[in-house]
Design a binder for this molecule. Structure first.
Ligand SMILES: [Zn+2]
Ligand SMILES: [Zn+2]
Length: 279
């Protein structure tokens, strides 16, 4: 939604930072998996295509809900943008949290957590089926509060562009900024498949809502982050990356004997309901 318009200045920054990170990784002996990079770019291409095909559903829904909002926040009032920023961060937090804790939503979001190497371009692994997975409905109340879809779209674009810079091992801890903002350190934890780090640090630009709602976990030197999914995806094929979790969901669904089991396979917490093989 909205973030598909190509912004040349941001595109240039993305490429320059990715090159600098590549040089840093090689210099520091970490290596750089070009196969994984190919997977990132392939998934990004598919995500762009899927957004063009289906993103209009999200936009149309926001406009429809906004049209019945009892109050309106003016587009040209700076307070709209300041208040809107915090409101968007709040709803983004919940959208992201549901993307991890509801299996149906996780099926698309797992794509973002598939890279086994944590680099800036890994940020572009975004699910192709997120319109179907529907976690975006969590943003609709913001339109009902009277925020114009253009405001929501612009703030969400900023949120996602900011998060590009979080996907790196090149930046350590950032002092007092770690209290307020989502940082590379916090987002490394978010991408960890270690038991200590699973389902934490859901914030976008801010980390405040994780601190408030009890999902904040600090990166620990004695627990190095293990990137990727608990059952890693080895393939760099963008189609395998985009659809592997749908295959897992289908297999789980077929193996369930009861209605409750099927319901939990679809909407329970990934890997944690009673009949799940991973429970
Ligand atoms: Zn996530
Ligand atoms: Zn990420």
């Amino acid at each position: 939604m909205f973030d598909k318009e190509f912004n040349p200045a941001f595109g240039l920054v993305v490429v320059l930072f990715a090159l600098a990170e590549w040089a840093w990784r090689r210099h520091s002996g970490r290596g750089y998996d070009l196969g994984s990079l190919g997977g990132n770019l392939g998934v990004m291409a598919g995500y762009t295509a899927s957004s063009l095909l289906a993103g209009g559903v999200v936009t149309a829904s926001l406009f429809a809900v906004h049209s019945i909002a009892p109050v309106q926040w003016a587009l040209d009032d700076w307070r709209t943008w300041v208040v809107g920023f915090f409101v968007l961060e709040f709803f983004y937090y919940w959208q992201h949290r549901f993307s991890h804790t509801v299996r149906w939503c996780w099926t698309s979001h797992a794509v973002h957590h598939s890279p086994n190497e944590f680099t800036l371009p890994a940020a572009f692994r975004l699910g192709w089926t997120s319109t179907i997975s529907g976690a975006w409905v969590v943003l609709l109340p913001m339109a009902l509060m009277g925020f114009h879809p253009l405001v929501i779209g612009a703030l969400l674009t900023f949120n996602l562009q900011y998060q590009y810079f979080l996907h790196t091992e090149a930046v350590g801890k950032l002092g007092p900024l770690e209290w307020i903002f989502n940082t590379p350190s916090h987002h490394r934890v978010h991408h960890g498949s270690n038991a200590e780090y699973l389902d934490t640090n859901f914030g976008g630009v801010l980390i405040l809502f994780d601190r408030l709602f009890g999902t904040f976990v600090e990166e620990r030197k004695d627990v190095p982050v293990k990137y990727g999914l608990t059952t890693p995806v080895a393939s760099h094929n963008p189609f395998v990356i985009a659809f592997h979790e749908w295959g897992n969901l289908w297999r789980d669904l077929r193996s369930r004997r009861t209605l409750r089991g099927r319901w939990l396979a679809l909407f329970g917490r990934p890997g944690q309901d009673a009949e799940s093989p991973c429970a």
